[in-house]
Ligand binder design. Structure first.
Ligand code: PMP
Length: 436
Protein backbone atom coordinates (compact mmCIF):
# COMPACT_ATOMS: atom_id res chain seq x y z
CA UNK A 1 0.00 0.00 0.00
CA UNK A 2 0.91 3.69 -0.08
CA UNK A 3 3.19 4.98 2.65
CA UNK A 4 1.48 7.89 4.38
CA UNK A 5 4.02 10.56 5.29
CA UNK A 6 3.94 13.75 7.30
CA UNK A 7 4.04 17.07 5.44
CA UNK A 8 7.60 17.59 6.70
CA UNK A 9 8.69 14.14 5.51
CA UNK A 10 7.21 14.76 2.06
CA UNK A 11 9.15 18.02 1.85
CA UNK A 12 12.42 16.32 2.59
CA UNK A 13 11.63 13.49 0.15
CA UNK A 14 10.84 16.08 -2.53
CA UNK A 15 14.13 17.83 -1.83
CA UNK A 16 16.01 14.56 -2.06
CA UNK A 17 14.39 13.03 -5.14
CA UNK A 18 12.70 15.67 -7.30
CA UNK A 19 14.07 18.34 -9.57
CA UNK A 20 14.90 21.23 -7.23
CA UNK A 21 13.14 24.09 -9.02
CA UNK A 22 9.62 23.18 -7.91
CA UNK A 23 7.79 25.73 -5.81
CA UNK A 24 5.19 25.24 -3.08
CA UNK A 25 2.21 27.45 -2.31
CA UNK A 26 1.92 29.26 1.06
CA UNK A 27 4.36 29.84 3.91
CA UNK A 28 3.20 26.62 5.55
CA UNK A 29 2.54 24.35 2.54
CA UNK A 30 -0.57 22.20 2.66
CA UNK A 31 -0.83 18.46 2.32
CA UNK A 32 -4.00 18.00 0.31
CA UNK A 33 -5.45 14.51 0.20
CA UNK A 34 -8.87 14.86 -1.42
CA UNK A 35 -10.91 17.18 -3.62
CA UNK A 36 -14.62 17.54 -4.21
CA UNK A 37 -16.32 20.22 -6.33
CA UNK A 38 -14.83 23.60 -5.22
CA UNK A 39 -13.28 22.18 -2.04
CA UNK A 40 -9.93 20.66 -1.17
CA UNK A 41 -9.33 18.67 2.04
CA UNK A 42 -6.05 18.53 3.94
CA UNK A 43 -4.59 15.54 5.75
CA UNK A 44 -5.93 16.96 9.02
CA UNK A 45 -9.46 17.00 7.58
CA UNK A 46 -9.73 20.77 7.10
CA UNK A 47 -11.79 21.94 4.12
CA UNK A 48 -10.44 24.70 1.88
CA UNK A 49 -12.45 26.69 -0.64
CA UNK A 50 -10.36 26.44 -3.81
CA UNK A 51 -10.23 29.74 -5.70
CA UNK A 52 -6.97 28.94 -7.49
CA UNK A 53 -7.56 25.84 -9.56
CA UNK A 54 -8.71 26.73 -13.05
CA UNK A 55 -7.95 23.20 -14.23
CA UNK A 56 -10.55 21.26 -12.27
CA UNK A 57 -12.99 23.38 -14.18
CA UNK A 58 -16.34 21.71 -13.42
CA UNK A 59 -15.24 20.81 -9.89
CA UNK A 60 -12.68 18.48 -8.36
CA UNK A 61 -13.46 14.82 -9.04
CA UNK A 62 -16.77 15.63 -10.72
CA UNK A 63 -18.66 12.30 -10.57
CA UNK A 64 -19.66 12.40 -14.24
CA UNK A 65 -16.09 13.08 -15.36
CA UNK A 66 -14.75 10.36 -13.08
CA UNK A 67 -17.32 7.96 -14.49
CA UNK A 68 -16.39 8.84 -18.09
CA UNK A 69 -12.77 7.95 -17.30
CA UNK A 70 -13.49 4.81 -15.30
CA UNK A 71 -15.93 3.53 -17.94
CA UNK A 72 -13.40 3.86 -20.77
CA UNK A 73 -10.21 2.87 -18.92
CA UNK A 74 -11.03 -0.85 -18.57
CA UNK A 75 -12.21 -1.11 -22.20
CA UNK A 76 -9.55 0.45 -24.42
CA UNK A 77 -6.81 3.03 -24.49
CA UNK A 78 -4.75 3.25 -27.68
CA UNK A 79 -3.29 5.79 -30.05
CA UNK A 80 -5.28 7.26 -32.93
CA UNK A 81 -4.23 4.76 -35.61
CA UNK A 82 -7.39 2.67 -35.19
CA UNK A 83 -10.90 3.85 -35.93
CA UNK A 84 -12.70 4.87 -32.75
CA UNK A 85 -15.94 6.71 -32.00
CA UNK A 86 -14.64 8.85 -29.15
CA UNK A 87 -12.24 11.03 -31.09
CA UNK A 88 -14.74 11.98 -33.79
CA UNK A 89 -17.63 12.41 -31.35
CA UNK A 90 -15.51 14.68 -29.24
CA UNK A 91 -14.06 16.63 -32.18
CA UNK A 92 -17.59 17.28 -33.45
CA UNK A 93 -18.83 18.49 -30.06
CA UNK A 94 -15.77 20.66 -29.40
CA UNK A 95 -15.86 22.26 -32.86
CA UNK A 96 -19.56 23.04 -32.49
CA UNK A 97 -18.59 25.64 -29.87
CA UNK A 98 -16.36 27.54 -32.35
CA UNK A 99 -17.34 30.02 -35.03
CA UNK A 100 -16.54 29.40 -38.69
CA UNK A 101 -14.05 28.90 -40.25
CA UNK A 102 -12.50 27.12 -37.22
CA UNK A 103 -13.33 23.55 -38.19
CA UNK A 104 -10.30 21.30 -37.69
CA UNK A 105 -8.74 20.07 -34.45
CA UNK A 106 -5.57 18.35 -33.30
CA UNK A 107 -5.37 16.65 -29.92
CA UNK A 108 -2.30 16.87 -27.69
CA UNK A 109 -1.53 16.47 -23.98
CA UNK A 110 -0.91 19.91 -22.53
CA UNK A 111 -1.23 23.62 -23.15
CA UNK A 112 2.47 23.72 -24.02
CA UNK A 113 2.10 21.03 -26.65
CA UNK A 114 -0.89 22.89 -28.08
CA UNK A 115 1.07 26.13 -28.39
CA UNK A 116 4.10 24.37 -29.86
CA UNK A 117 1.91 22.75 -32.50
CA UNK A 118 0.22 26.10 -33.18
CA UNK A 119 3.67 27.51 -33.79
CA UNK A 120 4.55 24.74 -36.24
CA UNK A 121 1.24 25.22 -38.07
CA UNK A 122 1.86 28.95 -38.39
CA UNK A 123 5.46 28.45 -39.51
CA UNK A 124 4.35 26.02 -42.21
CA UNK A 125 1.55 28.29 -43.39
CA UNK A 126 3.61 31.48 -43.56
CA UNK A 127 7.10 30.18 -44.23
CA UNK A 128 8.32 32.53 -41.54
CA UNK A 129 9.23 32.31 -37.86
CA UNK A 130 9.14 35.92 -36.67
CA UNK A 131 6.73 36.23 -33.77
CA UNK A 132 4.85 39.00 -31.99
CA UNK A 133 4.01 38.37 -28.33
CA UNK A 134 2.51 40.42 -25.52
CA UNK A 135 4.74 41.49 -22.63
CA UNK A 136 4.64 39.34 -19.47
CA UNK A 137 2.90 36.52 -21.31
CA UNK A 138 3.46 32.87 -20.49
CA UNK A 139 2.75 30.29 -23.20
CA UNK A 140 4.33 27.10 -21.91
CA UNK A 141 7.30 25.14 -20.67
CA UNK A 142 8.76 23.86 -23.97
CA UNK A 143 11.96 25.40 -25.35
CA UNK A 144 10.01 26.94 -28.23
CA UNK A 145 7.59 28.57 -25.77
CA UNK A 146 10.03 29.88 -23.20
CA UNK A 147 11.21 31.83 -26.28
CA UNK A 148 7.70 33.30 -26.63
CA UNK A 149 7.20 34.00 -22.91
CA UNK A 150 8.55 37.32 -21.58
CA UNK A 151 7.29 36.07 -18.18
CA UNK A 152 10.19 33.60 -18.39
CA UNK A 153 12.86 35.00 -20.72
CA UNK A 154 12.84 38.45 -19.14
CA UNK A 155 12.91 37.22 -15.55
CA UNK A 156 15.45 35.59 -13.26
CA UNK A 157 17.02 32.59 -14.98
CA UNK A 158 15.88 33.78 -18.43
CA UNK A 159 18.19 34.41 -21.37
CA UNK A 160 16.44 37.54 -22.64
CA UNK A 161 14.43 38.11 -25.80
CA UNK A 162 15.31 35.85 -28.74
CA UNK A 163 15.97 37.56 -32.04
CA UNK A 164 12.89 36.17 -33.81
CA UNK A 165 10.53 37.52 -31.15
CA UNK A 166 9.13 41.06 -30.75
CA UNK A 167 7.39 42.09 -27.54
CA UNK A 168 4.26 44.29 -27.65
CA UNK A 169 3.47 46.32 -24.52
CA UNK A 170 0.80 44.85 -22.28
CA UNK A 171 -2.50 46.71 -22.80
CA UNK A 172 -2.80 47.46 -19.10
CA UNK A 173 -5.37 50.23 -18.67
CA UNK A 174 -4.47 50.59 -14.99
CA UNK A 175 -0.68 50.70 -14.86
CA UNK A 176 0.27 51.14 -18.53
CA UNK A 177 0.87 54.44 -20.38
CA UNK A 178 -2.71 54.61 -21.72
CA UNK A 179 -5.49 54.43 -19.12
CA UNK A 180 -8.76 52.53 -19.43
CA UNK A 181 -10.64 55.84 -19.18
CA UNK A 182 -9.21 56.85 -22.57
CA UNK A 183 -11.92 56.05 -25.15
CA UNK A 184 -9.16 55.07 -27.61
CA UNK A 185 -7.36 52.81 -25.12
CA UNK A 186 -7.64 49.63 -27.22
CA UNK A 187 -6.72 51.50 -30.37
CA UNK A 188 -3.61 53.06 -28.85
CA UNK A 189 -2.29 49.80 -27.42
CA UNK A 190 -2.96 48.13 -30.78
CA UNK A 191 -0.88 50.88 -32.43
CA UNK A 192 2.01 50.04 -30.11
CA UNK A 193 1.81 46.40 -31.22
CA UNK A 194 1.66 47.46 -34.86
CA UNK A 195 4.79 49.54 -34.29
CA UNK A 196 6.57 46.29 -33.34
CA UNK A 197 5.20 44.68 -36.49
CA UNK A 198 6.57 47.53 -38.62
CA UNK A 199 9.96 47.35 -36.87
CA UNK A 200 10.07 43.65 -37.65
CA UNK A 201 9.30 44.33 -41.31
CA UNK A 202 11.84 47.14 -41.52
CA UNK A 203 14.46 44.70 -40.26
CA UNK A 204 13.63 42.49 -43.23
CA UNK A 205 11.35 40.09 -41.35
CA UNK A 206 7.87 38.80 -42.12
CA UNK A 207 5.45 37.93 -39.35
CA UNK A 208 4.72 34.28 -38.70
CA UNK A 209 2.10 35.01 -36.04
CA UNK A 210 0.85 37.24 -33.28
CA UNK A 211 0.07 35.17 -30.20
CA UNK A 212 -1.88 36.46 -27.20
CA UNK A 213 -4.00 35.14 -24.39
CA UNK A 214 -7.58 36.33 -24.83
CA UNK A 215 -7.45 37.72 -21.28
CA UNK A 216 -4.00 38.06 -19.73
CA UNK A 217 -3.29 35.61 -16.90
CA UNK A 218 0.34 35.93 -15.83
CA UNK A 219 0.12 39.59 -16.87
CA UNK A 220 -2.22 40.07 -13.89
CA UNK A 221 -5.79 39.13 -14.87
CA UNK A 222 -6.16 41.84 -17.51
CA UNK A 223 -9.19 42.19 -19.77
CA UNK A 224 -8.10 43.38 -23.21
CA UNK A 225 -9.51 46.83 -24.03
CA UNK A 226 -12.20 46.89 -26.72
CA UNK A 227 -10.86 47.20 -30.24
CA UNK A 228 -7.42 45.85 -29.32
CA UNK A 229 -7.39 42.48 -31.08
CA UNK A 230 -9.43 43.52 -34.15
CA UNK A 231 -6.91 46.20 -35.09
CA UNK A 232 -3.86 44.01 -34.47
CA UNK A 233 -5.39 41.01 -36.28
CA UNK A 234 -6.10 43.13 -39.33
CA UNK A 235 -2.56 44.52 -39.48
CA UNK A 236 -0.88 41.17 -38.86
CA UNK A 237 -2.99 39.46 -41.52
CA UNK A 238 -2.34 42.24 -44.01
CA UNK A 239 1.38 41.53 -43.50
CA UNK A 240 0.88 37.82 -44.15
CA UNK A 241 0.92 36.62 -40.53
CA UNK A 242 -1.53 34.48 -38.57
CA UNK A 243 -3.32 35.24 -35.31
CA UNK A 244 -3.18 32.75 -32.45
CA UNK A 245 -5.45 32.94 -29.39
CA UNK A 246 -4.09 31.14 -26.32
CA UNK A 247 -7.25 30.06 -24.47
CA UNK A 248 -5.40 27.67 -22.16
CA UNK A 249 -6.42 29.63 -19.05
CA UNK A 250 -9.59 31.43 -19.99
CA UNK A 251 -11.52 29.10 -22.32
CA UNK A 252 -14.49 26.79 -21.75
CA UNK A 253 -16.95 29.34 -20.36
CA UNK A 254 -14.89 30.74 -17.50
CA UNK A 255 -15.47 34.35 -18.55
CA UNK A 256 -19.23 33.82 -18.38
CA UNK A 257 -20.33 36.09 -21.17
CA UNK A 258 -18.73 33.83 -23.78
CA UNK A 259 -17.46 30.29 -24.19
CA UNK A 260 -14.16 31.62 -25.59
CA UNK A 261 -12.22 34.68 -24.53
CA UNK A 262 -11.57 35.90 -28.08
CA UNK A 263 -15.33 36.34 -28.58
CA UNK A 264 -15.18 39.22 -26.11
CA UNK A 265 -13.08 41.08 -28.71
CA UNK A 266 -15.31 40.20 -31.66
CA UNK A 267 -12.52 38.46 -33.59
CA UNK A 268 -11.99 34.98 -35.01
CA UNK A 269 -8.39 33.75 -34.65
CA UNK A 270 -6.68 31.54 -37.22
CA UNK A 271 -5.52 29.16 -34.49
CA UNK A 272 -6.86 28.61 -30.97
CA UNK A 273 -4.99 26.64 -28.31
CA UNK A 274 -6.69 24.83 -25.44
CA UNK A 275 -5.48 23.11 -22.29
CA UNK A 276 -5.94 23.17 -18.53
CA UNK A 277 -9.76 22.95 -18.09
CA UNK A 278 -10.30 20.89 -21.24
CA UNK A 279 -10.35 17.57 -19.36
CA UNK A 280 -10.80 18.72 -15.76
CA UNK A 281 -7.26 17.80 -14.70
CA UNK A 282 -6.60 14.84 -17.00
CA UNK A 283 -3.57 15.81 -19.13
CA UNK A 284 -4.94 17.01 -22.44
CA UNK A 285 -4.74 19.91 -24.87
CA UNK A 286 -6.04 20.79 -28.32
CA UNK A 287 -5.42 23.06 -31.27
CA UNK A 288 -8.38 24.33 -33.27
CA UNK A 289 -7.77 25.90 -36.66
CA UNK A 290 -9.02 26.51 -40.17
CA UNK A 291 -9.02 24.00 -43.03
CA UNK A 292 -6.49 26.16 -44.90
CA UNK A 293 -3.99 26.20 -42.04
CA UNK A 294 -4.46 22.48 -41.37
CA UNK A 295 -3.99 21.63 -45.06
CA UNK A 296 -0.79 23.67 -45.30
CA UNK A 297 0.61 21.36 -42.59
CA UNK A 298 0.35 18.39 -44.98
CA UNK A 299 3.98 18.42 -46.01
CA UNK A 300 4.59 14.70 -46.30
CA UNK A 301 5.68 14.51 -42.66
CA UNK A 302 3.14 12.85 -40.39
CA UNK A 303 2.05 14.58 -37.20
CA UNK A 304 1.94 11.79 -34.66
CA UNK A 305 1.24 12.20 -30.98
CA UNK A 306 1.29 8.96 -28.96
CA UNK A 307 -1.23 9.96 -26.29
CA UNK A 308 -3.07 12.83 -28.00
CA UNK A 309 -6.71 12.05 -28.77
CA UNK A 310 -6.76 8.63 -27.11
CA UNK A 311 -10.18 7.13 -26.26
CA UNK A 312 -9.89 7.87 -22.53
CA UNK A 313 -8.93 11.52 -23.03
CA UNK A 314 -11.69 12.05 -25.57
CA UNK A 315 -14.30 10.43 -23.32
CA UNK A 316 -13.28 12.77 -20.52
CA UNK A 317 -13.14 15.85 -22.77
CA UNK A 318 -16.60 15.12 -24.12
CA UNK A 319 -18.03 14.71 -20.64
CA UNK A 320 -16.52 18.03 -19.50
CA UNK A 321 -18.24 19.84 -22.39
CA UNK A 322 -21.53 18.16 -21.58
CA UNK A 323 -21.27 18.97 -17.86
CA UNK A 324 -20.54 22.63 -18.65
CA UNK A 325 -23.70 22.65 -20.76
CA UNK A 326 -25.99 20.52 -18.55
CA UNK A 327 -25.10 22.38 -15.34
CA UNK A 328 -25.20 25.76 -17.10
CA UNK A 329 -21.77 26.52 -15.69
CA UNK A 330 -20.92 29.28 -18.14
CA UNK A 331 -24.01 31.10 -16.95
CA UNK A 332 -23.00 30.37 -13.36
CA UNK A 333 -19.58 31.89 -14.01
CA UNK A 334 -21.22 35.03 -15.37
CA UNK A 335 -23.69 35.40 -12.49
CA UNK A 336 -21.38 34.56 -9.60
CA UNK A 337 -18.47 36.45 -11.17
CA UNK A 338 -20.59 39.58 -11.53
CA UNK A 339 -21.72 39.32 -7.92
CA UNK A 340 -18.13 38.93 -6.78
CA UNK A 341 -16.86 41.88 -8.82
CA UNK A 342 -19.66 44.07 -7.48
CA UNK A 343 -18.83 43.05 -3.92
CA UNK A 344 -15.13 43.71 -4.45
CA UNK A 345 -15.78 47.08 -6.07
CA UNK A 346 -17.94 48.09 -3.09
CA UNK A 347 -14.88 47.49 -0.88
CA UNK A 348 -12.68 49.95 -2.73
CA UNK A 349 -13.72 52.94 -0.59
CA UNK A 350 -12.96 51.16 2.70
CA UNK A 351 -9.69 49.58 1.62
CA UNK A 352 -6.84 51.84 0.59
CA UNK A 353 -4.84 48.81 -0.59
CA UNK A 354 -7.26 48.00 -3.42
CA UNK A 355 -6.02 49.75 -6.56
CA UNK A 356 -8.22 48.06 -9.11
CA UNK A 357 -10.75 45.23 -9.42
CA UNK A 358 -10.97 43.77 -12.92
CA UNK A 359 -12.01 40.66 -14.77
CA UNK A 360 -14.84 38.82 -16.44
CA UNK A 361 -16.90 35.97 -15.05
CA UNK A 362 -14.80 33.81 -12.74
CA UNK A 363 -11.52 35.27 -13.99
CA UNK A 364 -10.89 38.20 -11.66
CA UNK A 365 -7.88 40.16 -10.42
CA UNK A 366 -7.55 42.52 -7.47
CA UNK A 367 -4.47 44.71 -7.82
CA UNK A 368 -3.07 45.95 -4.50
CA UNK A 369 -1.14 49.22 -4.27
CA UNK A 370 0.51 51.33 -1.54
CA UNK A 371 -0.42 54.55 -3.21
CA UNK A 372 -3.19 55.37 -5.67
CA UNK A 373 -1.15 58.02 -7.49
CA UNK A 374 2.27 56.42 -7.78
CA UNK A 375 0.71 52.91 -8.02
CA UNK A 376 3.57 51.65 -5.82
CA UNK A 377 2.79 47.91 -5.69
CA UNK A 378 1.73 46.30 -2.39
CA UNK A 379 3.52 43.04 -3.14
CA UNK A 380 4.34 42.07 0.44
CA UNK A 381 0.77 42.83 1.52
CA UNK A 382 -0.66 40.71 -1.30
CA UNK A 383 1.44 37.80 -0.07
CA UNK A 384 0.34 38.35 3.54
CA UNK A 385 -3.29 38.56 2.49
CA UNK A 386 -3.17 35.31 0.57
CA UNK A 387 -1.55 33.52 3.52
CA UNK A 388 -4.13 34.98 5.93
CA UNK A 389 -6.98 33.90 3.67
CA UNK A 390 -5.52 30.41 3.61
CA UNK A 391 -5.67 30.35 7.43
CA UNK A 392 -9.39 31.16 7.03
CA UNK A 393 -9.80 28.18 4.69
CA UNK A 394 -9.77 30.04 1.37
CA UNK A 395 -7.10 29.35 -1.24
CA UNK A 396 -5.90 32.19 -3.49
CA UNK A 397 -2.67 33.08 -5.29
CA UNK A 398 -0.84 36.19 -6.48
CA UNK A 399 0.60 37.02 -9.89
CA UNK A 400 1.28 39.87 -12.30
CA UNK A 401 4.63 41.43 -13.25
CA UNK A 402 4.92 42.92 -9.74
CA UNK A 403 3.29 39.97 -7.98
CA UNK A 404 0.72 42.30 -6.39
CA UNK A 405 -2.43 41.00 -8.08
CA UNK A 406 -4.66 38.61 -6.17
CA UNK A 407 -5.86 36.06 -8.72
CA UNK A 408 -9.36 34.65 -8.57
CA UNK A 409 -10.04 31.69 -10.87
CA UNK A 410 -11.98 28.96 -9.02
CA UNK A 411 -13.62 25.89 -10.51
CA UNK A 412 -16.66 27.37 -12.28
CA UNK A 413 -19.14 25.51 -10.09
CA UNK A 414 -18.22 28.18 -7.50
CA UNK A 415 -21.52 29.25 -5.89
CA UNK A 416 -23.13 32.52 -4.81
CA UNK A 417 -22.72 31.39 -1.18
CA UNK A 418 -19.02 30.78 -1.78
CA UNK A 419 -18.78 34.30 -3.21
CA UNK A 420 -20.47 35.76 -0.09
CA UNK A 421 -18.12 33.86 2.17
CA UNK A 422 -15.11 34.96 0.15
CA UNK A 423 -16.19 38.63 0.22
CA UNK A 424 -16.70 38.54 4.01
CA UNK A 425 -13.29 36.99 4.69
CA UNK A 426 -11.49 39.10 2.11
CA UNK A 427 -12.89 42.27 3.70
CA UNK A 428 -11.77 41.12 7.16
CA UNK A 429 -8.31 39.86 6.18
CA UNK A 430 -7.58 42.91 4.06
CA UNK A 431 -8.43 45.15 7.05
CA UNK A 432 -5.99 43.12 9.18
CA UNK A 433 -3.22 43.56 6.62
CA UNK A 434 -3.97 47.28 6.38
CA UNK A 435 -3.82 47.70 10.17
CA UNK A 436 -0.31 46.27 10.37
N1 PMP B 1 -0.62 29.03 -21.98
C1 PMP B 1 -1.08 29.65 -20.89
C2 PMP B 1 -1.80 30.94 -21.03
C3 PMP B 1 -0.88 29.08 -19.63
O1 PMP B 1 -1.33 29.70 -18.55
C4 PMP B 1 -0.20 27.85 -19.53
C5 PMP B 1 0.02 27.17 -18.19
N2 PMP B 1 0.13 27.99 -17.09
C6 PMP B 1 0.26 27.24 -20.71
C7 PMP B 1 0.02 27.86 -21.91
C8 PMP B 1 1.02 25.93 -20.67
O2 PMP B 1 0.18 24.90 -20.34
P1 PMP B 1 0.76 23.53 -19.71
O3 PMP B 1 1.32 23.86 -18.38
O4 PMP B 1 -0.44 22.63 -19.67
O5 PMP B 1 1.78 23.01 -20.66
Amino acid sequence: GTIVRSARDIRSERARHLGPNLSLSYRAPLKIVRGEAQFLYSDSGDAYLDMVNNVCHVGHCHPRVVKAATSQLPVLNTNTRYLHDNIVNYARELLSTFPEPLEVCFFVNSGSEANDLALRLAQNYTGSRDMLVVDHAYHGNLTSLIDLSPYKFNRKGGKGRPEHVRVCPMPDGYRGPVKASDPDCGDKYADMAIRELRALEQAGGKPCAFIAESLLGCGGQIVLPQGYLPKIYQAVRASGGLCIADEVQVGFGRIGEHMWGFEQQGVVPDIVTLGKPIANGHPMGAVVTTRAVADAFVTGMEYFNTFGGNPVSCAIGLEVLQVVRDERLQNNARRVGERMMQGLRRMVDNHPLIGEVRGMGLFIGVELVQDHDTLEPATLEAGKLVNLMKECGILLSTDGPLDNVVKIKPPICFSADDAERFLREFDRCLALVEQE
